[in-house]
Every structure is written in structure tokens, then in C-alpha cells.
Design a protein around this ligand. Sequence first.
Ligand code: AMP
Length: 308
Amino acid sequence: MRDEGGSSRSSRRAAPRLERRPRAAREAARALRRERGRLAIVPTMGFLHEGHLGLIDRARAEADAVAISIFVNPTQFGPGEDYEAYPRDLDRDLELAGGRGVDLVFAPGPEDMYPREPSIRVEPGPPGNRLCGLERPGHFSGVLTVVLKLFHILEPDVAVFGRKDFQQSVLVRRMAEELNLPIEVVAAPIVRAPDGLALSSRNTYLSEEERERALSLSRALRRVRERFAEGEREAGTLADLARQAMREAGVEPAYVEIVEPEELERVDRAAPETVCAVAARVGSTRLIDNTTLGGPSSLDDTGDTRGP
Ligand code: AMP
């Protein structure tokens, strides 16, 4: 083990500063900007995995200081969804965040973020009603509202989101543009397990047998990319191929959509920037995945991708 500065625990970085209250977090974030320069944030719901850590690495590359938020946001969960069951482990998250050089962790409770019943919300408009928005009404309004609050509390220069939640990353970028927020929104690639499964905190719900079936989502996307590379441009044919790959594994898709990446409207003919997005329930766990049809993808090199 390398020893820097004579410390026997040198491979570990310092624990990040933890703040729970919005006002204290804003002061800490302002101090970071004053003392260091550019501040990047990574909003999360915690239970960190390599997908989150990839965003943190990207944030460090984009800025001089990094803050993350850990908040399981109740307003983006619908009735009957997994708000209560969502996995939480703040001590482990702090350790992982510290190991990746995070400077500040903002981990408020619901009472800190919503001291009264919220009455003002950000509405994403039509692109928020497509894909996941159809099955989860109000979800993206909850997401955009909490992201805007986090932006105002932490006042970052850059915010890093994962393409894993493709629709979310598009909606946040649109919000920043349409509301003239002085924040650069970066979308970072999907981190996958070596077998192709997109990492997600919700993967912890999967039994061994369910995890096996869950691989059908990334397999479906890989087949769609392959068929696109062979020249297929008919969106209906590509979507059918994905549905078939999922059904072969006994997984009934909630949706398979072939959309353009701005309004998230369906296309008839696929192009390299077209996105195939899929969602399915495996057991009781709702999983999503997506890929751009052309260009590089973490689906091409899953053997090299760090696993959980
Ligand atoms: P979550 O904690 O699930 O709300 O995710 C927080 C952020 O991490 C979001 O921007 C997600 O898109 C991103 N993220 C989650 N899983 C992955 C992954 N496997 N690869 C890349 N980004 C991810």
C-alpha cells in the first residue's frame, strides 16, 4: 500500500464534511467555492455504488471541489412505491464518498427539505409525461422540484447526472436551459456490472434468479444496437426485437420506446442519436435501462466495467 505523508491509512482520504440543514450546507458550499473555485455536485438518493462513484469521479474532473447530496426524496415516489423500503446506509455512504475525495455531503431529512407541505412545484411539461412519466405520474415534477431546491441550496457551477436515468438527465438539462440556471448540467455514462446489468441501488432487492432475468434488459439493448449497426432503421422492428429479448427471459416490458433525445418523442426511423429506453418489473423491482443506438456505449465493453 502506498504511503503518503507518513500516514499508515494513506490510501483513505479525509472523511467528507457532513451537513444536514440547508442553511449550513449552503454556507459550507459557499466556503468551498470561495476557497477552491468551481464546485460540482452529484445529487443522489444514497446507498452508493460504482455508478454514483463514477459520477463523483466525473465531478472531480469537472471542478475544484465536489459536494454530493443524499436524500431519498418522498415527493418523487408514488403511492405504493418503495419510499419506505428504499435502502439507506449513511455511514457506508460517507466512507465511500470520502474514499473518492468528496468534500461535502448534504444529507437532509424530509423535515429539513419540506418543513411544510410543498405547494410550489416545477412541471416538466410533455417530455415528463412520456416513458417513465406514464407509469409514474408526478414523478418528474418531484424530481425537478427537489433538484432545483438542491441547486439553490448548494449553488454549484456544475451538476453531474447519470445517463442511467436518461429521461431525468434530459429533463434536468432542459430545466437548467429554460429557467436560465447558471449551472452546467453534465450527463455521465452508465456504469454496468461485468455481466451488463446497469448498477442501481434497487438491484439489492433482486434475488439471484431475478438478477439473472434482469440481464434481459441490457441484452435487449445490446441486440438493438447490433441490429442498428447492421443497418436496420425501422423503429418498430428494433422495438419488437427488444421486447422479444425480454420476453424470452420471462420479463414483460413496462415499455420499450425508441425516441429522439430532446422531446423524447417516438421516431419511425432510427438515427445514431436515437435512444432505446426500456423499463420492466422483475419480481417486484422496477428496473430501467437505455442506450443510444449509435456511437460508443458501456454495453460494448461490459467486461471492463467495474462491478459492484
Ligand atoms: P439515484 O441515487 O439512483 O437517484 O441516482 C443518483 C444519480 O446517479 C443519478 O443521476 C443517476 O442517474 C446516477 N446513477 C445511478 N446509477 C447509475 C449507473 N449505473 N451509471 C451511471 N449513473 C448512475
